[in-house]
Design a protein around this ligand. Structure first.
Ligand code: HPA
Ligand code: ZN
Length: 324
């Protein structure tokens, strides 16, 4: 690992906490909760991490997270992620969680947010690691289900900075969630959405114009749409790009094809993030290293990407100044 990357202070803006569930923890939590897994051991589970597209990953992802049942499970999951982040010199995180993936199997919203929130508070206290939490709606479910989740979140409003939209993008366009985004905006939530990962560039435009998001998660499909790229550059709309995720889910065939540097040089506020690191082969440093090794990113380009993350994050100007 290049010392330039490992020593760089980093900000993570696109991370699904359930996507940090390492095979080792799957087995430990299965044991603790008396769950029998379909896999004999950790290496058998890891061997199943061969994905052909987003849906093939989501199937494994939703299955894996069934071992998460108690408040303590969500604490342990989050704490393990924060320890890794600290070790990689990550100074601020804005993380997603998928409440419907837990409440739909009978886990209380309070236990999910309670465990995650307790770990975030402890990291802030122990290392000054700052964080924001983003509640993400599952786009393969109905808008009514998203509304129900928004209602369940009401008692926890102060712990939630924003809402997001994830899961299967194809055939689940941003327009499906128009009203629930408007309702969340009226409650003061900040708005982001996954768009243009597997879906078309038009979904990025719809996320901006229909959902009124301030940041796009992934957004790499913008590379196919020059007028959209010009607008994203002009408005400095941040894209939270995830290089190893794009490779693992076959959005690209090889890291040398990744559009990150083309987007950067076109003036977009592109950032580097890890998405679901337990499944995609690496955390923040590994994602930066993949751009350096696979795409030939220079230290200047890596620094610009890291500065873009500070620009794009939701800290105050005073807090951002400490990071740069
Ligand atoms: N895309 C869509 N849904 C997701 C992802 C992703 O990269 N990770 C976890 N849920
Ligand atoms: Zn994601």
């Amino acid at each position: 690992m290049s010392p330039f990357i490992s020593e760089l202070p980093k900000v993570e803006l696109h991370l699904h906490i359930e996507g940090t569930l390492e095979p080792e923890m799957v087995f430990a939590l299965a044991k603790r909760n008396g769950i029998t897994l379909d896999y004999a051991d950790e290496s058998a589970l890891q061997a199943a991490y061969q994905f052909s597209d987003l849906q093939s990953f989501l199937n494994v992802y939703y299955q894996g997270m069934q071992v998460l049942q108690t408040e303590q499970d969500f604490f342990d999951l989050t704490w393990a992620y924060l320890m890794r982040s600290q070790a990689e010199n990550v100074r601020h995180v804005e993380i997603f969680f998928d409440p419907q993936a837990h409440t739909d199997r009978g886990v209380a919203f309070a236990d999910v947010i309670g465990g995650i929130g307790r770990a975030l508070a402890q990291a802030r206290q122990q290392w000054g690691l700052t964080s924001h939490l983003i509640m993400s709606f599952l786009r393969h479910l109905s808008q009514e289900s998203a509304f129900e989740t928004l209602r369940q979140a009401e008692p926890f409003r102060q712990q939630l900075a924003g809402i997001g939209l994830d899961s299967a993008e194809k055939d689940n366009p941003p327009t499906k969630f128009r009203e629930v985004y408007a309702a969340a905006a009226a409650q003061g939530y900040r708005l982001v959405a996954h768009a243009g990962e597997e879906g078309p560039a038009s979904y990025i435009r719809d996320a901006l114009d229909v959902l009124q998001v301030e940041r796009i998660d992934h957004g790499v499909a913008a590379i196919h749409d020059a007028p959209l790229m010009a607008r994203l550059a002009q408005e400095r709309i941040p894209l939270t790009v995830c290089p190893l995720s794009n490779l693992k889910l076959r959005v690209i065939n090889d890291m040398s094809e990744h559009p990150m540097l083309a987007l950067l040089h076109a003036g977009l506020c592109v950032t580097v993030n890890s998405d679901d690191p337990a499944y995609f082969g690496g955390y923040m440093n590994a994602n930066y290293a993949a751009l350096q090794q696979g795409l030939g990113a220079s230290n200047d380009e890596i620094l610009q990407l890291a500065l873009n993350s500070v620009e794009a994050c939701w800290l105050s100007a005073a807090e951002k100044a400490v990071l740069t």
